[in-house]
Ligand binder design. Structure first.
Ligand SMILES: Nc1ncnc2c1ncn2[C@@H]1O[C@H](COP(=O)(O)OP(=O)(O)O)[C@@H](O)[C@H]1O
Ligand SMILES: [Mg+2]
Length: 243
């Protein structure tokens, strides 16, 4: 089961090879190999502090020090700045809230659309359909929305950059149950549309399993297990993911 994810002949959308990353003296990622196929969802799992967020930050060019290979659509992106990676089609919703609290919801959306131009603007209706509350709140300041509403706005903003790869770091963390359902439904819908890939870090394992095609489990900065998501049994979960 611990195998290269590259089973088909197609080039992965994203490939990470022998990726190492550190903060100052502490080594956080110890040689990660990962592949994300086009139009697929990868669940990135692991207990707290194992390096999931650091891996996503490395992919986005936000870690202070990284080594190894990162390719996107077959080309190396390791030397690109994070804004350059975003323009290539990597959409990142960091853990916590990533919105401008002092801008209105509308202005928050405008900032994203200014990055992607027409292609992003064409997805505005889709964002309103996925998250009606975003449309209802257009004139409010981002900062007055509830945590769940801010998360919906953050995901909406990422969609408006028209990404090829959407990277979601614990999108349901700390959010009330009714809104968790809406966010889960939205991710299922995005998956069903099938025109982008998603990396999903998620603690709700039933949802992570149902939403993803493949999974990677990290422990202390290494991939300890990868496979098809249907192989995510309670045994696997018990061994690697429960505290
Ligand atoms: N800014 C930072 N400076 C130093 N160490 C950090 C920083 N951010 C995270 N770490 C450490 O890196 C390790 C991995 O953290 P993180 O990638 O956030 O894990 P996860 O997302 O899996 O919970 C942890 O030991 C954490 O304490
Ligand atoms: Mg994290």
């Amino acid at each position: 089961m611990i195998s290269e994810a590259e089973t088909s002949a197609t080039t992965p959308l994203l490939r990470v090879k022998a990726l190492k990353a550190s903060y100052d003296e502490s080594i956080i990622l110890r040689g990660i190999d990962m592949a994300v196929r086009p139009n697929s969802v990868v669940a990135l799992l692991g207990r707290n502090g194992v390096g999931k967020t650091s891996l996503l930050r490395s992919i986005m060019g936000l870690m202070p020090k990284t080594e190894g290979e990162i390719t996107f659509e077959g080309k190396s992106i390791a030397s690109l700045r994070s804004d350059q990676r975003a323009r290539l089609g990597l959409g990142y919703v960091p853990q916590g809230r990533d919105i401008f609290p002092n801008l209105t919801v509308q202005e928050n959306l405008e900032v994203s659309m200014s990055i992607s131009g027409e292609a992003g603007r064409e997805r505005l209706e889709e964002v309103y359909e996925l998250f009606p509350v975003v449309k209802d709140m257009l004139t409010r300041k981002g900062g007055v929305l509830s945590g769940g509403q801010q998360q919906q706005l953050a995901i909406g903003r990422a969609i408006l950059t028209n990404p090829k790869l959407l990277i979601l770091d614990e999108p349901t963390e700390g959010i009330q149950p009714s809104i968790i359902d809406q966010i889960e439904d939205a991710i299922h819908l995005l998956k069903k549309q099938g025109n982008l890939s998603i990396i999903l870090v998620e603690q709700y394992l039933d949802f992570a399993k149902s939403a993803s095609d493949e999974f990677y489990i990290l422990d202390r900065g290494s991939v300890v297990l990868t496979g098809e998501s249907e192989e995510l049994t309670s045994e696997v979960i018990g061994q690697h993911l429960t505290v």
